[in-house]
Design a protein around this ligand. Structure first.
Ligand SMILES: Cc1ncc(COP(=O)(O)O)c(C=O)c1O
Length: 396
């Protein structure tokens, strides 16, 4: 049907979903069709790849079945037995598991470092280091790595730098413009944005690496499905608008949380007293995204009770959706990370991660306030600074 003249598919406003697993060759050796088999390439996946590449002024991306499939593809393309990778220690738990439990078995070694200090990254680079892998902001502490300085260090050492940019997307942070060699995405999160499609992507201007990634993907069978690529392409159309709203809402919620007596820590790069505030302004473009984390006093039992009273926030292992979400990293996303590494990267048992959705910020604050009141009581706040701050920042 796609080839039938006048069928209109070539004029469809929305790029069509081509589910076909295979493509007809008119004769032996027919090289006229760009696609042969959808494990290798597919027109709908191509469409998403071009869009993701354009967002970073790069050639078409390579899309994988999930964010972790994209990371596996990258490690497989760049690393072999005897090679070493330097990794920021505050990082998604699945990335830690992938390196510790899978790639280590194949002879790939790694060193976790506090990548908020570029010197620690530099010191960890050895003769066999083939990759520096960062996540900034890191999941879930929001710790930032100076992508510009670490990219400069990587270039000097001849080691490529990859940045997992899942939380901010190219709309709010452009790793390649900041000097990194590779951007890594779980498109499952903000890029799809609707919790409907798993996916991952690697974006780079290194055409040799792009060829190797496509070869790995074809050999390992880890391409994204056309249906998920089609859904994700739809998500891209509203990405800037959504991220603007996610960022505005998150800032309002973060400021409000900061003023609550039962909240001991709030991690959000948009807060004036965020320890890496200047770096956040230098790296991010017009917003700091929808993810924040905070600590509650009263231990796990109070926190469990607090979660029970939330109505607008859903307890899930996910970020980046139009709905607001809450996660307990120690028992959920980071359960497989060894205790000492979790603590070293600031992931305490009392830490909660929020992914702020597109709802009205006042409703979200109301929901949090009601749940806190149910657990800690209304108790008058006698800290005048906090009261003034709360009055200044809570929406009418
Ligand atoms: C920052 C980050 N990178 C990568 C991943 C893995 O992505 P996926 O779940 O699509 O495999 C996640 C998943 O939560 C993540 O939060």
């Amino acid at each position: 049907v796609a080839q039938a003249p006048g069928c209109g598919l070539d004029r469809a406003l929305v790029a069509p979903l081509v589910q076909s697993t295979t493509f007809v060759q008119h004769e032996l050796g027919d090289g006229s069709c760009q696609h042969a088999y959808s494990r290798v390439s597919n027109p709908t996946v191509d469409h998403l790849e071009s869009a993701l590449g354009l967002l970073e002024d790069a050639p078409p991306a390579v899309c994988f079945s999930s964010g972790l499939a994209a990371e596996s593809g990258l490690f497989t393309a760049l690393l072999g037995a005897g090679d070493h990778v330097v990794v920021g220690q505050a990082i998604y738990g699945g990335t830690v598991r992938l390196l510790r439990e899978i790639f280590a078995r194949f002879g790939v070694s790694h060193t976790f470092v506090d990548s908020s200090d570029p010197l620690q990254v530099a010191r960890a680079i050895g003769r066999s280091t083939r990759l520096i892998f960062l996540e900034s902001p890191a999941n879930p502490t929001m710790l930032l790595s100076d992508i510009q300085e670490i990219s400069w260090i990587g270039r000097g050492a001849g080691v490529p730098v990859a940045v997992d940019n899942t939380f901010l997307t190219p709309v709010l942070q452009q790793p390649l413009e900041l000097g990194a060699d590779i951007s890594v995405y779980s498109t499952t999160k903000f890029i799809d944005g609707h919790s409907l499609a798993l996916g991952g992507a690697i974006v780079t201007r290194d055409t040799d690496l792009l060829d190797r990634l496509r070869f790995v993907r074809k050999s390992c069978g880890t391409i994204q499905t056309p249906y998920n690529a089609w859904l994700t392409s739809r998500g891209i159309k509203t990405l800037p608008l959504r991220l603007q709203r996610h960022s505005e809402n998150a800032l309002r919620v973060a400021r409000w949380l900061k003023a609550q007596p039962c909240v001991t820590v709030v991690n959000y790069p948009g807060l004036d007293d965020f320890p890496q505030r200047d770096l956040a302004e230098r790296l991010h473009r017009g917003g700091h995204g929808g993810v924040l984390s905070f600590e509650l006093e009263g231990g796990l039992s109070a926190a469990t009770e607090f979660l029970r009273h939330l109505q607008l926030f859903s307890l899930v292992e996910h970020v980046g959706s139009v709905e607001s979400l809450v996660t307990h990293p120690v028992t959920m996303t980071h359960a497989d990370v060894p205790d000492e590494q979790r603590l070293a990267s600031g992931i305490t048992p009392g830490l909660f991660r929020l992914s702020i959705g597109l709802e009205d910020a006042a409703d979200l604050i109301d929901d949090l306030a009601r749940a806190m009141e149910a657990v800690w009581g209304a108790g008058p706040d006698d800290n005048p600074h906090r009261v003034l701050q709360a009055l200044a920042t809570v929406p009418p």
